[in-house]
Write a protein that binds this ligand. Structure first.
Ligand code: FES
Length: 146
């Protein structure tokens, strides 16, 4: 295993064991639930917006190491960003994990570049992101990976 793989594994493990922005925001502006029916993993995502900017974001729920770490890193990556930037980041992340798109500029999100080799893991890595998208669009209360 390369040093880079080791580093990525460490990042994922760290965020799994100590998830950042974990919890639920009181009186959130946006809220959505994400659910992977194949494994039963489920997250609640709450957002506080200032205009178009994601001022605060929290997630709560139970998931595997990949989905929990991805949710944690996602919250760090989008906090303080305008909605359009967060959505553009999701597009890049999605391209990286589904078709091996470039991982540059993705910071810690690049830790998930290897999941593309395991299609079932792509759902784990994108669950929180699909939930974020649903929360931002405000169209759907529960989003499913299936
Ligand atoms: Fe359930 Fe990963 S095994 S989201």
């Amino acid at each position: 295993m390369s040093e880079l793989d080791d580093l990525y594994q460490e990042v994922i493990l760290d965020h799994y064991k100590r998830p950042r922005n974990f919890g639920v925001i009181d009186a959130p502006d946006r809220r959505a639930e994400g659910d992977n029916p194949l494994c039963g993993d489920r997250f609640i995502l709450t957002l506080k917006m200032r205009g178009d900017v994601i001022e605060e974001v929290r997630f709560k729920g139970a998931g595997c190491a990949i989905s929990t770490a991805s949710a944690s890193i996602m919250t760090e990556s989008v906090k303080g960003r305008p909605r359009a930037e967060a959505e553009a980041l999701f597009d890049k992340f999605h391209t990286m994990v589904t078709s091996g798109g470039a991982a540059e500029d993705l910071g810690k999100l690049a830790a998930f570049a290897g999941v593309g080799e395991f299609p079932i893991r792509v759902k784990c890595a994108t669950l929180a992101w699909h939930t974020l998208k649903a929360a931002l669009e405000g169209t759907q209360d529960t989003v499913s990976t299936e």
